[in-house]
Ligand binder design. Structure first.
Ligand code: GMT
Length: 378
């Protein structure tokens, strides 16, 4: 198939899923066209089946806000028409689903039918999409898509609860590519990070409010009081400063390393013993899945789609949002005993295998086939 993929090309989870999906589809023989405003962060290799079309915008002094939607719609029309795409797959509803609808209407006026699949990733529904300034457009464009997927059952339920949706939604969870995410032997790195053989605890995120990065430090402080440990904070974003401040206030800054944005996340996870995700909202929790694939158990909140990934008492533990005492208690339970830690590490890996790319990719391929054939009939 010839598939157009639209996403945010940044480090966010939706862009990562879109890019990894495109790469995997290309390896499976599909022709994939990424249409974004800059090269997606993980589109870092060449394949004969991969194409990248940059959305560029004419600047004009009248534009206080650049009309990105119009530029993207025009690019979609151009790429669909000239590359003869079979389907457009847009990731993150705002603004991609409504832009795809506009492009679809323009193409229809040229006698071209292009089915649109929209994947909802989380904050486009739970946070931003619900806002009055977006919700009529989000509702309309979900209903106008030829296919809609969410990354968890919980996100599907939330979509149906918050929006007046009159169509089926297919749940296709996030996935993991084990050829990249597996436990690598990084003993020299581990010795550098934890010279006293301390336990290594890791958090990766975009340091936005929903990630509760200060709770990560609060949990760490409680663990570190009992078990010698180090905390690796990977990523960057608006809450980083406050989080660093808290580490100083709590007297643990010497044990906490803020590593900023990192490409080789799998190497950091390979030296980790525990992953913390105390988010107040999480539609799936891709970062936790990446950790589990590298044999790292997860202490998370029990919000959103996290209970569909993290299995209580098996791959880790889940607690109420903000209950840092409970999270710290569970973290200590896992880390205090070497044999127990090994059991949790193995179980986290086993759970991650249920989200193997090889299992999830056919779900998308079959869905494209269904949507394309229904759109030809209809
Ligand atoms: O986590 C983020 O803030 C980034 C966000 C995104 O849309 O880029 O991630 C969302 O999509 C991921 C991939 O589907 C999910 O695994 C994350 O759970 C989800 N984040 C939230 O719901 C907060």
């Amino acid at each position: 198939m010839k598939i157009g993929i639209v996403c945010y090309p940044t480090f966010g989870g939706s862009g990562v899923v879109a890019t990894e999906l495109g790469k995997a589809l290309a390896s499976n023989g599909h022709e994939i066209h990424f249409i974004t405003y800059s090269q997606p962060a993980r589109l870092d290799f060449f394949s004969e089946n991969l194409y990248y079309h940059e959305v560029s915008m004419a600047q004009y002094p009248l534009f206080d806000f650049s009309p990105y939607e119009s530029a993207l719609a025009s690019k979609l029309v151009d790429v669909v028409k000239f590359e003869k795409l079979d389907v457009l797959h847009v990731h993150y509803a705002i603004p991609h689903a409504s832009v795809a609808y506009l492009a679809k209407q323009i193409l229809a006026s040229h006698g071209i039918n292009i089915p649109v699949v929209t994947t909802l990733h989380g904050t486009d529904i739970t946070l931003v999409g619900k806002d009055k300034s977006f919700s009529p457009v989000v509702t309309f464009s979900i209903n106008q898509s030829d296919g809609v997927t969410t990354v968890s059952e919980n996100l599907k339920e939330q979509t149906l609860e918050y929006f007046d949706v009159n169509r089926d939604i297919r749940v296709i969870p996030n996935f993991i590519d084990f050829s990249r995410f597996h436990n690598k032997s990084k003993e020299h790195f581990k010795r550098a990070i934890a010279p006293g053989n301390e336990r290594v605890i890791t958090h990766t995120s975009n340091f936005r409010k929903v990630k509760n990065t200060q709770d990560v430090v609060r949990i760490f402080k409680r663990v570190n009081d009992v078990i010698p440990s180090k905390l690796l904070m990977v990523g960057d974003g608006p809450e980083r400063h406050n989080t660093e401040e808290l580490a100083r206030e709590l007297g643990v800054s010497q044990e906490v390393r803020f590593l900023g944005k990192q490409d080789a996340i799998e190497e950091i996870l390979s030296v980790s013993d525990l992953f913390l995700m105390p988010s107040s909202s999480e539609s799936f929790g891709l970062a936790a899945l990446e950790a589990m694939a590298c044999h790292v158990p997860v202490i998370s909140s029990n919000t959103g789609g996290l209970p569909e990934l993290n299995v209580q008492g098996i791959s880790g533990f889940l607690s109420n949002i903000g209950d840092v005492d409970d999270m710290a208690k569970h973290a200590i339970y896992i880390l205090e005993d070497c044999d127990r830690l090994k059991v949790f590490k193995d179980a986290a890996f086993a759970r991650a295998q249920e989200f193997d790319l090889a299992k999830i990719l056919p779900l998308y391929e079959n869905y494209y086939e269904e949507v394309v054939s229904a759109s030809k009939k209809g």
